[in-house]
Design a protein around this ligand. Structure first.
Ligand SMILES: Cc1cc2nc3c(=O)[nH]c(=O)nc-3n(C[C@H](O)[C@H](O)[C@H](O)COP(=O)(O)OP(=O)(O)OC[C@H]3O[C@@H](n4cnc5c(N)ncnc54)[C@H](O)[C@@H]3O)c2cc1C
Length: 573
């Protein structure tokens, strides 16, 4: 029997991220990663959001991933929503993107871009990196059984019969969630979304758009009964997949490859891009049902990555949730083992925050599906999703409904959802539903802090390997940080409740101590923060005819979200 400080089950991105950060910040710890496969191994989940490269940078593996020559992800082009025209979302508006050599460095515009990755190679680089930092990585080592007493894990039993013990265990085994299941933690399936994915890889497909050196936007194209992803993952290799309801697949009576071929033919743009390309011809399938585990930690164990839960791939958020969560697990384990923080406190914060984020992503995905007018053959399915999630399809109602429980502890500095600022979330909701997104900060003009039932508390912020206790108000599971932009808005409302004088106060404050690059940005962040505080019940609003209102709108067309100009022109779609 071997003993370690930490034993991680699974060497996917969550496992290697957790292991690498443990060894980076606590090199004295012994960490073993037990992976059942021999890498490189197949995996789906190829389109990243910019938070993932940021975590990879913290792990110290950014240069290695960049050197692998994965296409640079600048954004996505969608056919999705009430109208059938194409629209783009860009992390950096391409008119502002300047071409630079690759491999590049993690600075400037590259901090805001992501990659599209071929997972066998991507996962192998990360796992090797964890080994290089000192993790004991054991491939072809399957954990077969968990021995436990009550809520405490005693040992992992390997397929070989050997046992591994540790002070702390991390289940990063993905959807197989071996430890979660062994500890009797149930998962909830809070949505009517029940999809399957069918995909293949294509050699030499054209790219719809080329940006700089090796950069592009992925394509997400709705057809009448599902949607297609088109993700270049290497200079000549493209992942092309179909997502459709399981029920549709069953009723079709067709084999996966037949349904796939039918879908690909239905999209004129994708048909054009693969005209001279060759498929591998090895069709893969999986179901992609969203779920959330009831509990993400126990006496001496944590869940990380997909074992905590999963949200439909339409938002490309799987690895963002998996790796950002695994990062927090690493920080929490170090703080508990070093005795700087109470483990129970860290675990309950992790459970609350990670569950909320997965839940918000599931709701966001529900909105995307139920508001997609392009799914003309799936009207009943979309109606069921909307009904089960209990929302109507206006963008304002959807925003309020997603904000319940708070964006406020998603990021301690500004409110965000899955790497999107609140403005960006509202723009997406408005564009998809073709309803106007309004702002309560403009609809009302008097705003008062509502601290009824709230208590003074602290919550953890994770930075440079350490956990910082940060003051906040807490009401139930909802946290209002007295820090960052939230702290600034609290001070602003304590100084002035009428919106125009309040923003004048903010302006004076900004020029005394400019924290953000310019005042317009500070104002946008402050208004988004105020809006999210209203939706989460931290601020009450009133209309007073004697006071001035502000004009604040969500533009349907903006630099980052706009009707597609380039692909539509080139391909005539
Ligand atoms: C159709 C589809 C499309 C997706 N698209 C995207 C996307 O575009 N972008 C995105 O970010 N995410 C996407 N995802 C989600 C993404 O794939 C996952 O969120 C991500 O892989 C989670 O990482 P992980 O490390 O938690 O789990 P995994 O990557 O699954 O790693 C788990 C590891 O644990 C190992 N393991 C399992 N059981 C055992 C055991 N008993 N003993 C030892 N080892 C074990 C496995 O072999 C595996 O290597 C998609 C998912 C699906 C289904």
């Amino acid at each position: 029997m071997e003993s370690f400080d930490v034993a991680i089950i699974g060497g996917g991105p969550a496992g290697s991220c957790c292991g690498a950060l443990l060894k980076k910040y606590a090199p004295e710890m012994s960490v073993v990663i037990l992976e059942r496969e021999k890498f490189p191994r197949d995996h789906i989940g190829e389109s990243l959001l910019p938070i993932v490269p940021q975590v990879i940078h913290e792990m110290g593996a950014w240069d290695k991933i960049e050197a692998a020559d994965f296409p640079l992800k600048i954004g996505a082009t969608y056919r999705w929503g009430k109208k059938k025209d194409l629209w783009d979302f860009e992390f950096i508006p391409i008119q502002h993107f300047h071409e630079t050599d690759r491999p590049g460095k993690f600075d400037g515009q590259r901090v805001h871009t992501a990659w599209q990755v071929y997972r066998p190679i991507f996962d192998e680089i990360l796992l090797d990196h964890a080994a290089e930092l000192g993790c004991d990585v054991r491939e072809e080592t399957k954990v077969l059984k968990i021995e436990s007493t009550g809520d405490r894990v005693d040992a992992l039993v390997l397929e070989s019969g050997e046992k591994i013990t540790a002070k702390c265990y991390v289940d990063a085994s993905g959807v197989s969630s071996i430890l979660r299941k062994a500890m009797g933690v149930e998962a909830q399936y809070p949505t009517a979304l029940r999809n399957i994915a069918i995909w293949d890889y294509w050699d030499n497909a054209d790219w719809a758009i080329k940006v700089g050196v090796g950069g592009t936007r992925i394509l997400v194209m709705s057809i009448d009964w599902g949607w297609l992803w088109f993700i270049p993952i290497a200079p000549t290799k493209t992942s092309l997949g179909l997502v459709c309801p399981l029920e549709y697949y069953r009723k079709s009576g067709q084999r996966p490859e037949e349904l796939y071929a039918k879908a690909v033919k239905q999209d004129p743009l994708i048909s054009e891009l693969i005209r001279n390309a060759k498929p591998e011809g090895e069709i893969r399938t999986t179901n992609d049902w969203s779920y959330i585990a009831d509990r993400l930690a126990g006496e001496n164990w944590y869940l990380a990555g997909d074992s905590c839960g999963f949200a439909d791939p339409i938002l490309s958020a799987g690895l963002t949730l998996a790796m950002f969560g695994a990062r927090q697990v690493a920080y929490s384990i170090i703080a508990e083992m070093r005795g700087t923080h109470d483990g129970q406190w860290l675990k309950s914060f992790y459970t609350e925050k990670q569950r909320r984020q997965i839940g918000q992503h599931i709701k966001f995905a529900d909105f995307w599906y139920s508001s997609n007018g392009a799914f003309t053959d799936l009207v009943d399915y979309c109606r069921d999703i909307a009904k089960q999630s209990g929302h109507d399809m206006s963008s304002n109602a959807a925003f309020g409904w997603m904000a319940t429980g708070g964006f406020t502890n998603d990021d301690p500095v500004i409110p965000m959802l899955g790497g999107f600022a609140i403005q960006a979330v509202k723009i997406q909701l408005a564009r998809i539903s073709q309803t106007r997104a309004t702002w309560k900060v403009a609809e009302y003009n008097v705003f008062k802090l509502n601290l009824e039932g709230a208590v003074e508390d602290t919550f953890p912020i994770f930075s440079e390997g350490r956990v910082f206790n940060t003051p906040c108000y807490r009401r139930g599971e909802s946290i209002l940080p007295k820090y960052g932009m939230f702290g600034m808005v609290i001070e602003m409302l304590q100084a002035e409740s009428r919106i125009v004088p309040a923003l004048e106060w903010l302006e004076r404050r900004y020029y005394e101590d400019p924290k953000y690059p310019n005042f317009e940005m500070t104002m946008d962040y402050a208004l988004a923060t105020l809006e999210s505080m209203i939706d989460d019940g931290w601020v009450t609003c009133e209309k007073n005819k004697k006071d001035m209102f502000i004009v604040y709108e969500t533009p349907v067309e903006s630099a980052s979200f706009h009707t597609n100009r380039d692909i539509a022109r080139t391909f005539g779609v």
